[in-house]
Every structure is written in C-alpha cells, then in structure tokens.
Design a protein around this ligand. Structure first.
Ligand SMILES: Cc1ncc(COP(=O)(O)O)c(C=O)c1O
Length: 407
C-alpha cells in the first residue's frame, strides 16, 4: 500500500471517543453502558423542528449559498437584533457545525507555526482543529481548586510572543462548566485589543447556564467601537436544540475582512447541509422559555451528580455553573486505566432491573496540553435524565472502591 501522510498519522485521536472499542466489547458481554463520556444530550429534538423538515417541500436538494441560505441568514440577523445585538446578515457565515466555525476561525487568524492561547483544560477537539491548521496551542493553566477561573489579566502577558495571534475559549466551558463573567470577558477583550490579538469565543453552550450568567462576546459593550475588529463568535445549534446531527453552526464577526476571508474557506466546501439549515432556521421560532427550561434541566442534572459525588471520599470536583460537564479528580494514578477498568473488568447489578451496568467516562488528560495534567481526572457529561445520572455516580463510587481494592 502507498504510504499515508505523516500529517494524518500524527493527527491526535479524539480523547472522548478513543475508548469506544472497549464499550462495544462490554455491550457484547450483555453489560449496559451509560455514556457519560460524550456531550450527546438525551433530550428530544423539539417536534416543531422535526415538523419543519417534514413540511419542507422542494424538488431539488440544492446547494445553498456558501455563506448560508438567505432565509436562515435573514432570520438569524433579525433574531440577534431582537435581542439588541447589532448583527447583520453580512456579519454571519453558516458553517458545518460549530466545529467548522472553529477550524475556519483558527485558520483565518493564524498561519502554520503561529500560536493561539487557550485556557486549559479545553475542549479536546481544539487539538485536532489547531493541528489541521498547523497552529500551536499555548495552554493557559487554570485550576479545579480555583473553579477553573482565568488567571489575572496581568499574568497573561507572559504567554504572548511575536507568534501569538489570538485566544480561544469556550464560555460556558467544556469540560470545566465554568462561566466567565461580563467583567472577565471585558477585561480579556481590553487585554487582547492592547496586544493586537483576536478573541474567538466558542458559545456552543451560551444559554446553558443561569439566566443572569448568560454572556456572549456580543454583550461586551462600553469598550471602544474598534474592539469589534478583534472579536469572533463561533456558535452552534447542536447542544441547545438537540440538533447535533444537523451539523449547523456559525461564525459571527463585525470584522468585515474576517468574514470576507472566511467566506473563501466556505466557498471551497460549497455550502452547509441543506436540511440542516431548514432545521436551524426553524429554531428561530422556538420561544426563549424553551432554553430557560433546558438550562434548568441541565443544572438539575449537574446538581444531582454533585450531590452524589459529595458521597465519594477523597475526590475533588468543581460544581459546574454552565454547559453540562464536571471534571472530577479521583484518588487514583491513571484515569485512563480506570476508564478501561470500568468497561473491561467491572459491572454493577442494578437492584431494580437485575441488569449488569457500567459507565463510560472521558479520561481528562486529553483536555490538557501541559504534560502530566489531568491524568487522575475524568470528565462527566450530565446528559442523561436525573435519576440515571444519580445511578451513574453510584456506579462510579462502587467502581472506585473495587478498583482501589484490586491494586
Ligand atoms: C465547546 C464546544 N465547541 C464546539 C463543539 C462542536 O459542536 P458542533 O460541531 O456539533 O456544533 C462542541 C461539541 O461538543 C463543544 O463542546
């Protein structure tokens, strides 16, 4: 066989998905595996969205404009304006999920060999995107004990070199569940303006927090108008509306050059999915109340998990304020070995159903770049119903006891 490129061979595998083979083996042995390793919500896609696809009639599943379908772009812009954000159609590019929006944004602001700063731990696929773009991630360490908050702005200066092009973060944070405040974001914006850096704010979980904590980069006001040149928002319909498979996201920026240049990447892949855009367009009709209830449901799931985690000795975790993830520091040496143990060597009999059950978790090392960070941590995704989340943490507790006995 002809040899493959070093590029593809060196591409990092997704830290969240790499233990799937073990989960399959466990399932084949008749063990029920609860997937709390991945952010796939179990909440049903709103019927109004499914209906929009059913009712949509077309004779040709055509390409749409590369920027996005005209009707979706108009509705998005009106939606933003209704919420007092000055976003026009020409400030948006519809993308293939938030994933493509992040990749395009990184590729637009940085050349191969350039650096971007990313608060660590961070969404593990940022590694894949930056790798594909040839861009280096420079991690800014944040700590569980400090709620994964950003370091003081004065401390950020030391990470900047002539190669630094911008900062990328998700707010609310995956995997931390930390929500930055308007003041923190505004201070960061000032810092980036001063140092001529772009800010890419990944807002895939924007509304999944308490109402008074919802912050978008678009909220940043009271700064010089020209700060807009530095700001890039990437967003997605995946998590809010249980539309992960629709593959629709967006880049929003008031920097006309950013949009003009990113459009060329968008043209190369022709367009975002046609039916995905039909679904995304229909989300505009969904009342705000839906997202308020959704955020409450996720917060309850987080609270239930934290309540159960409190019962496990010698662990540490930060009670998440947003998104639906919790990082847990365990009293073990290797979270990866423990995650394999959960799938290979452990099950717990559910007293109600008599079924053998275990959990799949994401070892957290893949969310860190700094060597040896996260090796004793896991990430839990609170994406299952409250009673199931409670059960998963009970399984975690029993598995930890058994694991430590077996060493
Ligand atoms: C922080 C963050 N950003 C972006 C994405 C990508 O979302 P999608 O490509 O489904 O829109 C995810 C998915 O889990 C995420 O957690």
């Amino acid at each position: 066989m002809p040899s493959l490129s070093d590029r593809v061979k060196n591409m990092p595998a997704s830290a969240i998905r790499k233990l799937y083979g073990f989960a399959e083996v466990a399932k084949n042995k008749g063990i029920k595996v609860y997937h709390i390793n991945i952010g796939q919500p179990d909440i049903k896609t709103p019927e109004i969205l499914i209906d929009a696809v059913k009712k949509h009639s077309t004779e040709i599943i055509s390409y749409t404009p590369s920027q996005g379908s005209n009707s979706y772009l108009k509705k998005l812009s009106n939606f933003y304006k209704k919420h007092f954000f000055d976003v026009n159609v020409e400030d948006i590019i519809v993308t293939v999920g938030g994933s493509e929006a992040i990749l395009f944004s990184i590729m637009a602001i940085a050349d191969p060999g350039d650096d971007i700063l990313v608060p660590e731990p961070y969404y593990t696929n940022y590694n894949g995107f930056s790798y594909m773009a040839g861009v280096n991630i420079i991690p800014i360490p944040t700590y569980l004990e400090k709620g994964f908050k950003l370091p003081k702005i004065s401390e950020l200066k030391k990470y900047i070199t002539s190669k630094t092009k911008g900062i990328l973060f998700s707010n609310p944070g995956n995997p931390t569940g930390t929500v930055y405040s308007l003041k923190e974001i505004s201070d960061l914006c000032r810092f980036c303006k001063l140092n001529n850096l772009f800010i890419i704010s990944d807002e895939a979980y924007c509304e999944i927090t308490q109402q008074d904590k919802i912050i978008s980069l678009l909220n940043v006001k009271g700064l010089d108008e020209d700060i807009n040149e530095n700001l890039i928002v990437v967003d997605s319909v995946s998590k809010r509306y249980s539309l992960c498979g629709a593959r629709i996201g967006r880049v929003v920026s008031k920097n006309k050059q950013v949009i003009k240049e990113i459009l060329k990447f968008a043209q190369a892949r022709l367009c975002a999915p046609y039916y995905g855009q039909v679904l995304a367009e229909a989300t505009i009709k969904i009342p705000k109340k839906y997202l308020v209830e959704l955020a409450k449901e996720y917060q309850k799931r987080i609270d239930v998990c934290c309540e159960e985690l409190e019962k496990i000795p010698n662990i540490k975790f930060h009670h998440s304020e947003g998104a639906f993830y919790i990082i847990v520091k365990l009293p073990i040496k290797s979270a990866e070995n423990f995650a394999k143990f959960l799938l290979n060597d452990f099950y717990d009999i559910n007293p109600k159903t008599n079924e053998k059950e275990t959990i799949m978790v994401a070892p957290a090392q893949g969310f860190y770049k700094t060597k040896n960070r996260g090796i004793d941590e896991i990430r839990i995704a609170c994406v299952l119903k409250q009673n199931i989340m409670r059960r998963t943490i009970e399984i975690l507790k029993k598995a930890l006891e058994k694991y430590n006995e077996s060493l």
